[in-house]
Design a protein around this ligand. Structure first.
Ligand code: SF4
Length: 309
């Protein structure tokens, strides 16, 4: 299934911009996060186990990680350095600059993607990213929001509300930085309408990119204990594919989907098992978009959530 026929994918966006494939390399700076170091809390967001961040490798320098990650991927001539693990703006700006510079110095690195929390992007960090952008680098600020509902954010112990997200996006956009927002479908206590309202709010605030994830229960997270007690359950493949395809159809075609599902492997992944294979969710989402309409085809139409079994 070629998803680019139905979705404005990040790979397609990059190919259009650079004229060739560009690969994203996942890196780990030596960061922590305020929801783990005691500033806001110690246990982290309830879905998070930072060990599940792929290929965590903070013991290596950024240059060494880039070399290692390039060996693991199909050959490309250009790469984006993705600071993924923890909160990748959570340090003094001099530290951030040293880490980002190390990536930007590699001759085949054409851009940076920086994953962080909305309450951890001071003006100095945004100014630094804007400076790389002015020098011609492709820059994406990836903000974890997960839900636009403060009650949900409190329930999953995010330690910030929607207001922090609004503020971060406004300051990023003042500097012309592209924002990619991470959302989770299937969070405890949320209905289809809640997820729809989250997307509507994010689109209303303004966003250039989106990452959709299903709720995954991973070992070592607070949710793993809730799951074992029978208090929560992740979505089925059908339920997630219904939700994701509905959200994509209501998203303007100009917004770039960096990801529409997620994968993890046992023993880190507890449930849902369908998040193990890479293609199952993509196939199911693609089939629905082929049947019901492509990205953007439902913009302006009523949100009709299909009840699932
Ligand atoms: S999801 Fe991000 S902000 Fe939340 S605990 Fe994990 S690293 Fe920290």
């Amino acid at each position: 299934m070629d998803l680019t026929q139905h979705i404005h994918t990040f790979s397609h966006y990059l190919k259009a911009r650079f004229g060739e494939r560009v690969h994203k390399l996942s890196l780990a700076g030596d960061f922590t996060c305020p929801n783990r170091d005691g500033t806001l809390g110690r246990g982290g967001c309830s879905f998070c186990n930072v060990r599940s961040f792929g290929r965590h490798a903070a013991e290596l320098s950024i240059a060494e990680q880039i070399t290692r990650e390039k060996r693991k991927t199909d050959r490309a001539r250009r790469y984006l350095a993705y600071f993924q693990a923890y909160t990748s703006t959570y340090a003094e700006v001099e530290t951030l600059k040293a880490l980002y510079d190390e990536a930007a110095r590699q001759s085949d690195v054409v851009g940076l993607c920086v994953g962080t929390r909305p309450d951890c992007v001071p003006d100095a960090a945004l100014d630094l990213l804007a400076d790389y952008q002015q020098r011609g680098f492709e820059i994406w600020l990836e903000l974890g929001l997960q839900s636009a509902h403060d009650a949900t954010l409190e329930r999953i112990r995010r330690g910030h509300g929607l207001a922090a997200y609004r503020d971060a996006v406004a300051r990023a956009r003042q500097r012309g930085l592209a924002v990619c927002t991470h959302l989770i479908a299937g969070l405890p206590g949320e209905t289809d309408s809640d997820v729809d309202a989250t997307l509507a709010t994010v689109l209303d605030i303004g966003v250039q990119g989106l990452k959709l994830h299903p709720l995954m229960i991973v070992r070592g997270s607070r949710m793993a204990a809730q799951f074992r007690r029978g208090e929560i359950a992740p979505p089925s493949l059908d339920a997630y594919a219904d939700t994701a395809s509905r959200l994509i159809r209501h998203t303007p075609a100009s917004v770039v989907y960096h990801r529409v599902s997620a994968t993890a492997q046992a023993p880190t992944l507890i449930e849902p098992a369908w998040c193990g294979p890479r293609w199952d969710a993509l196939q199911a989402i693609g089939e629905r978009l082929q049947r019901d309409g492509v990205q953007g085809s439902a913009v302006g139409a009523p949100w009709i959530a299909v009840p699932h079994a």
